[in-house]
Design a binder for this molecule. Structure first.
Ligand SMILES: [Zn+2]
Length: 98
């Protein structure tokens, strides 16, 4: 089934496949900018969620000064402790739920 949509930019009718990234045949403008923005926002949200669940551990570089290395190892210790506590809580929840 072929659909057409009136372009919001130039007012010409253009072929439309109900895809948010469909563009006007006449002016190359987005036929459904709102749907396109929704899709972009969705993709961004997904990316953010993935970032939140991946733990970035502090990297200690060999050329860091002794003081920087000292503070970084403290930070890394806290991070590892935090990851350990979270895994323990998740394990506890799984144990209690099972
Ligand atoms: Zn157009």
């Amino acid at each position: 089934m072929k659909a057409s949509k009136k372009c919001p930019h130039c007012g010409q009718w253009s072929a439309w496949t109900h895809n948010p990234s469909d563009r006007c045949d006449h002016c190359q403008g987005l036929l459904d900018p709102a749907a396109f923005e929704r899709q972009q926002a969705q993709a961004e949200r997904k990316e953010e969620e993935e970032k939140r669940f991946s733990v970035d551990l502090i990297q200690i570089n060999p050329d860091d000064s002794a003081l920087v290395k000292f503070f970084k190892s403290i930070g890394l210790g806290f991070q590892l402790a935090f990851v350990g506590i979270v895994s323990f809580i998740l394990w506890l929840i799984a144990l209690l739920a099972g």
